[in-house]
Design a protein around this ligand. Sequence first.
Ligand SMILES: [Zn+2]
Length: 126
Amino acid sequence: MDGREHYGFVVASSLLPLLGVVAAVALLWQRAVGPSDLVAFAVMYLVAGIGVSAGYHRLLAHRSFRTGRGVRIALAAAGAMAGQGPPLVWVAHHRRHHTPRAAPARPRAACSPRARSPGSLGCSPS
Ligand SMILES: [Zn+2]
């Protein structure tokens, strides 16, 4: 999977499930979907967002902080729940994204896959 394919995979895997959830909630409200389901969705959305933002991006790709093995595994698992591919592939493409020689046509402030992930806080310069 090259960078473009991975980008398409990340976009599709981020948007299609969300559209499916919206359709399911609208069609099945109070029959098969209730308020507790929305709470579970929100919690898992937050966990997956933290997994990508703190786990995949800050911990694994940039090594911004150190933590124990259990926390590393938990953050990587939470990131994997976001459906953005395995940690090694995500980290490799993200590091390439930050390499100026690898993507000369992209502007410096291009959004990372993390910026488009569930629960992310948007684009950042690092
Ligand atoms: Zn980054």
